[in-house]
Design a protein around this ligand. Structure first.
Ligand SMILES: Cc1cc2nc3c(=O)[nH]c(=O)nc-3n(C[C@H](O)[C@H](O)[C@H](O)COP(=O)(O)O)c2cc1C
Length: 136
């Protein structure tokens, strides 16, 4: 199994954002469940961060489809790891809206580890998202 984490820039206008997010969530829930994919989509400060987990070929197929989506741009893979265990077993996809400030924290982690991303730092971020999702 693979865990893939990428960031991208949202292209939705403020007016369209709410609808775009709910459309993305709706198709993600439907498609991801059928493909055995799980994960979360975090939005904040005009950026997306998504974690996708699942079988290798399904991950790469879905990611290449997501790359072509005009609702965002500048997709950048931050982390790919093989894993035996899902970090988000309970969500075919969940959307979490965070503040600009919180997203800045994520960007700082990315910027400070340009070549090799510190998996530990990301584990902490992921864990904090998990505990917030647990309240949903
Ligand atoms: C930031 C972002 C994340 C997305 N994540 C997923 C996803 O996890 N699963 C998915 O099926 N589609 C996702 N999409 C939507 C796909 O790009 C595509 O629109 C969708 O899979 C089309 O499927 P549908 O025709 O069944 O709606 C995402 C789009 C964006 C912009």
């Amino acid at each position: 199994m693979i865990r893939l984490l990428y960031v991208s820039a949202s292209r939705s206008t403020a007016d369209a954002l709410k609808n775009d997010l709910s459309d993305i969530l709706e198709s993600s829930k439907k498609n991801n469940q059928a493909l055995g994919l799980t994960g979360i989509l975090v939005h904040g400060g005009g950026m997306f961060m998504q974690v996708l987990e699942g079988p290798d070929h399904q991950i790469f197929r879905k990611y290449s489809e997501i790359l072509d989506d005009r609702r965002h741009a500048d997709c950048r893979i931050v982390l790919i790891t093989t894993t035996e265990e899902r970090a988000f077993p309970d969500w075919a996809m969940a959307v979490l809206e965070i503040s600009n400030h919180e997203f800045k924290g994520i960007q700082e982690i990315i910027a400070s580890h340009q070549e090799t991303v510190d998996v530990k730092a990301f584990s902490l971020v992921i864990r904090s998202f998990m505990s917030r999702l647990a309240g949903k």
